[in-house]
Design a protein around this ligand. Sequence first.
Ligand SMILES: C[S@@+](CC[C@H](N)C(=O)[O-])C[C@H]1O[C@@H](n2cnc3c(N)ncnc32)[C@H](O)[C@@H]1O
Length: 307
Amino acid sequence: MYTLEDALKIAFEHENAGRFAIATEIFRSVLTVAPSQPVAESRLREINGKLEVLRSALRFTFPGEPVPPGLVDALTHMFRLERDLPSGHKQPGYLVSTNDERGRPNDRLLDLVMSAFPLARRARFDSLDARQVNGERWYRFWPGEHYALIVGLLQVLKPRIAIEIGTFTGMATLVMAENMPADGRVFTFDIVDWRKIDNSWLCESDFAGKHTTQILADLSRPAKFEEHRALIEQADFIFIDGPKDHHTEKSLLALLDSVTFKTKPIIMFDDTKLLNMVDIWHQLDRPKLDVTSFGHWSGTGLVDWCG
Ligand SMILES: C[S@@+](CC[C@H](N)C(=O)[O-])C[C@H]1O[C@@H](n2cnc3c(N)ncnc32)[C@H](O)[C@@H]1O
């Protein structure tokens, strides 16, 4: 048998944990059975006050739009996690069902990852280990980061041409270059020269032969894309790891849609779980597979572009 005190205690626990909707329900129920409960009344007033602040903020952001009740609760959870979760890098997320997506995993993708995962597990990074660079050696974290997965994928796919969009420190560029077949070539695109990046993993000698090339171009711009269309048509593997600002990825995907590939490229997307990327990944209507648990914690997705 629960007493009123038990119910209030449970309601307080929910309120303290930021579960305002549940706490509200319990306080309201207490008031229904025991109308003069000053504690329940004052808590309800307090919760409503907090929720009203959030609702007003949302109405200010989206003027004229009704605020879905679940959203306010979700936001309070987000604030609580942002404050309390002891994690070095946190990002809010949004869960979306996959069973009703049109782009589904196909046999090629399933076979590819079944072969790539054991190779990822045994991945070695001797060349990066030997370099003296300040900064985290993210390539050593797997699963969790995507570098070992790239090793496994390239060892299976043996691409002749691999393209990376987003060079940054060059960590993935080097991992790709190290795992290409002898006649393979890596083209890494960025809008910033690798020489201008602090703590870059790259050095001039990495670009000495024809094996690795950096191209400074924003491929989400149609004119730039046209300049490099002939190269893109021949890519066997494309790693999209640019700004994740939504617009760049959206226009890049539209431009990729216009390519008549001479190959059957596998396209790997980073950060598919970021709020900016959720709908882009969800709406990608080609054979695809979410491999986040074996890639990057922020979301990794593989697409069999011509599958
Ligand atoms: C997350 S970092 C890439 C990390 C790298 N791929 C790795 O795994 O080690 C993102 C990079 O995208 C670059 N970038 C931003 N906008 C771009 C664009 N439109 N085209 C190509 N690269 C872009 C940024 O300058 C930055 O260097």
